[in-house]
Design a protein around this ligand. Structure first.
Ligand code: PMP
Ligand code: GLN
Length: 379
């Protein structure tokens, strides 16, 4: 078979989680919580399944859930969206990203992405015959230089993919970042995919902002989020895409043939959570800020130098005081010799920088963070 993705191997997330299992290492690599989801959510899932809601959901998602998504978007960002025409429930944010890229990218189109970039973007662009144009963000703050973005736009540029709060860096767009993005998208008739899966994890009292809050941008955007992150159920693979009706219509043409619809009882269960327990969404930032701060305190006496983390559940750490190894080799050594698994940053770059930085996931119980920190402080 002639490979359509010749440069692509197994994702770093599978590799590192497998290494963690083999080495019986504490897994701070792949991003997922090691604590349970809320009992209300788990029992709602079981109840809906027991009630017999086990057949295909409507193609764009269960209406009760779409109505709750519209209410959430209005509550968080003041934007009024139509549940029937502008929302699609998807099988994780991953599916939403894949479908939105499929709906926008034609052969020869250029797509601007920011490295370190979440690893599903570039393969999806390539499968549609597009060309990813990589703009590198750098330590320590990973901020976007919008002049550099403007300079990268050509007559073939069709799409910009942004991700705030940003995985893996923890950088969060400011109000002026969103305005600069909006200005470029509008001025050049581009489309935007805004990957906001960590939208409810913004720390230190910063405003939670979204493409939903910028009307000219929202008019040209596919805005993607994930209930896996928000409700601690990454394995349920449930997310959604908000886009204007005309864009959603194109999105549906692909979504209906990728998967048709997503896991039915989970859609009802999440709808209940949003309706009856929305305080769990509102308290998410404080919940993860406490974990971020606790992990930082536990590592204060280590030789890792922690970078700033404004959002997400990831913490970057510079290990240059510890080792000269490159980050992939360092992560292998760390998992093998010190039984803590992390993610190297270079794999998210087209042209990796020379920095020695790795990513830890702190979506873990206190006891896990303490055990990991104990090992990391001995290095
Ligand atoms: N985008 C980013 C930036 C992510 O970190 C993730 C989760 N790994 C996803 C998309 C995919 O989300 P989901 O698990 O809902 O498919
Ligand atoms: N989003 C998760 C992370 O960044 C992993 C997702 C995946 O395994 N594909 O670690």
């Amino acid at each position: 078979l002639k490979s359509k993705l010749p440069g692509v191997g197994t994702t770093i997330f599978s590799q590192m989680s497998q290494l963690a299992t083999e080495q019986q290492a504490i897994n701070l690599s792949q991003g997922f919580p090691d604590f349970p989801a809320s009992p209300q959510l788990v029992s709602a899932l079981a109840q809906y399944s027991a009630q017999g809601l086990n057949q295909y959901a409507p193609m764009p998602g269960v209406m009760a859930l779409r109505e709750q998504i519209a209410a959430l978007v209005q509550h968080c960002y003041g934007r009024i969206i139509c549940p029937a025409a502008e929302i699609t429930v998807t099988s994780g944010a991953t599916e939403a990203l894949f479908v939105a890229i499929g709906a926008t990218v034609n052969p020869g189109d250029e797509v601007i992405i920011f490295d370190p970039a979440y690893d599903s973007y570039a393969p999806a662009i390539a499968l549609n015959g597009g060309k990813a144009v990589h703009i590198a963000l750098h330590a320590p703050d990973y901020r976007v230089n919008w002049q550099q973005v403007a300079d990268a736009i050509t007559a073939r540029t069709r799409l910009i993919i942004v991700n705030s709060p940003h995985n893996p860096s923890g950088m969060v767009f400011s109000h002026s970042d969103w305005l600069a993005l909006q200005q470029l998208v509008a001025a050049h008739n581009l489309y935007c995919i805004s990957d906001e899966v960590y939208e409810h994890m913004v720390f230190d009292g910063a405003m939670q902002l979204s493409a939903n809050g910028f009307s000219e941008l929202a008019a040209r955007s596919f805005i993607v989020s994930s209930f896996g992150k928000t409700f601690h159920v990454t394995g349920w693979k449930l997310g959604y895409c908000v886009a204007p009706a005309a864009l959603t219509a194109e999105f549906h043409k692909i979504h209906q043939y990728v998967t048709f619809s997503s896991f039915t009882p989970a859609q009802y269960a999440i709808a209940d959570m949003l309706k009856l327990h929305s305080e769990q969404v509102r308290s998410l930032a404080a919940f993860y800020q406490q974990k971020r701060d606790s992990f930082a305190t536990l590592l204060a006496n280590s030789r890792f130098k922690l970078l700033s983390c404004q959002g997400t559940y990831f913490q970057l750490a510079d290990y240059s005081a510890i080792s000269e190894l490159d980050d992939v080799a360092f992560c292998r050594w760390l998992a093998t010799e010190h039984k803590v698994a992390a993610i190297p940053l270079s794999v998210f770059y087209q042209t990796p920088p020379q920095s020695r930085i790795i990513r830890f996931c702190f979506a873990k119980q206190q006891s896990t963070l303490e055990a990991a920190a104990e090992a990391l402080c001995q290095i």
